[in-house]
Design a protein around this ligand. Sequence first.
Ligand SMILES: Nc1ncnc2c1ncn2[C@@H]1O[C@H](COP(=O)(O)OP(=O)(O)OP(=O)(O)O)[C@@H](O)[C@H]1O
Length: 643
Amino acid sequence: MFFTQPSLADYRNLIGRPKRGVRVVGKPVSDQLRQIRQRCERLEQLSEPEFSNAAAAMRSRVRNECEATRVPNVVESFALTAEALRRTTGMVYYDCQLVGGLALAGGTIAEIQTGEGKTITTALPAALFGWTGWGIHLATTNEYLSRRDYETLRPVYERLGLSVGLLRSQASSDEKAIAYACDLTFGPGYEFGFDFLRDQRLKRSRHNQRLGDSVRRTLRGDSPYEAAPMQRALFMTIIDEADSILIDEANTPLVLSGAKMSTATASAIFEFADQTALGLSEGVDFEIDSIGRAINLTDKGIGVISETWVQRPAGMAARPFADLVVNALKARHLVRRDQDYVVREGRVLIVDGNTGRIHDERKWSNGLHQAIEVKEGLSVSDENEAQARITRQRFIQLYQRVAGLTGTAAGSEGELREFYNLPVVRISPHRPCLRKSLRTRFFDGFESKANAIVSDIRQRSDLGQPILIGTRIIDESQRLSVQLKKHSIPHVVLNGLQDEDEADIVAQAGRSGSVTIATNMAGRGTDIQPDAASIEAGGLHVIATEINHNQRVDRQLAGRAARQGDPGSCQFFCAADDELIATRSPSLSAQMRRDAGPTGECDRDFSNLVAKLQRQSESDARRLREQMVARDRWSESIRESLS
Ligand SMILES: Nc1ncnc2c1ncn2[C@@H]1O[C@H](COP(=O)(O)OP(=O)(O)OP(=O)(O)O)[C@@H](O)[C@H]1O
């Protein structure tokens, strides 16, 4: 049994009905805050056993109230959570965090500035709905952050009598089922979606089971018991870094691959396709749309491929050959090593463009992965069959309740409302942000940009400022590392290829004078804490080595500096050969080269022109998502009409 919708409306009344990006103010909220603070004062007086009893009483009250479909007691729940947090960590919620908690309880996206403390804010709605025992999914962008948040908040939840589970990578389905059986389950957003698909696959295979299958299983020596679904009904998800999960990641659907294809394609055909692709010329046989990341064959190209296919070696599998050649062309011209993938121990491993993380369990489909293996001279792996698929938009809509947090919802309000029916509520920071944003510097190419970055780093680290250099791709992090080594500047690299532990690198990155080069891995969610000497020297300084395709990504990177009222600064370095500029506006790229002085730096400020390219890129990405959702709705309506 679930909450009925009126309870959601009740919360909205508490916070004032959110409209587009409203600032939450008003008497209902201040009344709530006053009551929570008053209750906190009384809870502080309780001994530990008395506090546990109060938490247990809350749990049974919520259970009873839920059965009666009434709204649980927000004031009591928030006060208990605040007191558990204080007893466990010594932290006391700021008013803005309590307001953020109310907004989340009302089913909104709370926009809370970077570094304001979203992690502990999630505990307020999570406990409130967690008392029901129906299972809250706490999703974030990656495993590092979900583990960190789990470790930070588990003692708080346990003090409240709530059970907590973590979805660990490589966990078995039994282990995951245990995590899902908890009141609260932490994990990366995509993992919840993949597990949903895995459960659907299981249900489908059960449905298709024939009489006597379990007897046959026993005779084969397999377990006579069927695997059980991991997840319970999808009740509520609270999504941290909501714009990343709900917008950026939503550009690609979740696709679950299963067993090897029943008719394995011999590697010879991929090699033949690669050879054919090498014989084709750009502009004659094919065109490259590097913005849409597509290859379009010309009529001439199609003719060449057909003729080549006729001359294929005997015994080659029949399969749409032109598709394989297009894949080979993509592998050669569009998919880049140390950007889109890395090669490790003879395998092609995909790099997630949004998070900078390497996913060794993922594979490109329809033969693209194999085409890249051929390009890299590796042995060709088996293709897997796509067994289940869902867009992220549809998956999230399956939850009864959704709430989210991010520092960067601005500009995405329309999309969040249209696809997810989620209003954005803007929460004021508890202290003014002291970040100094220095003017963007423009260069004629990577070399001059790297030289300027190196001399800037040297000056700042000599003064004791810690520096985080944010690169867009692995390749650039490596090239910059080479430059720093040349100039004997000690530094560490965080790009997924490093041997050091990510948590250790982040823990050291705020030390006075330290220099850290990182890909998007550190661009979101990471909490770099400058030490006292660093704060004295001006706080963390962020250098962004490229303007990203998406402004939110830039704002997140800048948001690593000047958190919690600390000083800090950031500066963007932009070059004519940066991907955004080179692919979207060759004319701007040429203009920047022309304008550059003897050091390669431009006098002119191109910020407005670059911002325009960024907006174009964002709206192209949005259009792709809209098309994907429209296709999804269309195929769903066909499926329904056939069933
Ligand atoms: N009420 C509080 N009292 C003291 N410290 C706090 C409080 N809330 C948050 N912090 C501290 O502020 C820092 C930033 O918190 P957190 O990483 O949750 O921020 P965030 O809003 O999630 O940032 P981002 O948007 O970058 O992910 C952490 O070190 C956290 O311990």
